[in-house]
Ligand binder design. Sequence first.
Ligand SMILES: [Fe+2]
Ligand SMILES: [Fe+2]
Length: 168
Amino acid sequence: MSSTLAYEDAVDLLDADHKMAQKQFLDYQGLCDDGAPSEARQQLALKICQDLSVHTQIEEEIFYPRVQAVIQDEALMDEALREHAEAKDAIARIRDMQATDAGYDDTVMQLGTTIMDHVMDEREKMFLKARYSTADLRGLVPALYARKKELQTGAPAPAPAGKKKVKS
Ligand SMILES: [Fe+2]
Ligand SMILES: [Fe+2]
């Protein structure tokens, strides 16, 4: 997907990430089943970690606060952030390990379980509530998309809101 037009709304954009994550974990399982070399497993694991870090960050920076502002469900937000924290711990462990280390594959697949449980929670609770709320989910797409691209390319903090780049 190469354009914000590809997404119906914020939930659609975020759930596309979820589907990609699910595919990546299945691919990882496939590498394990095939006895793939450690380099291939580590490369995919680090890509998964990077993609999930970007995803959780755009949710925490943009989507969750905007949704919370209208649904006012602190318990739901706390649960989501607790699940993100659990995923971040696993990501940090994976980044500290080598694919040749004992327990590497189990740690990656444990992250997969944590993420898929969290995805089910988001789909069944927060995303539903968001779509039944007055939040402008369509209007959130450009901000989510732009921040995702920034983070993917390693850009630092976003420009202050309202500041436009001047073309020379
Ligand atoms: Fe999340
Ligand atoms: Fe998510």
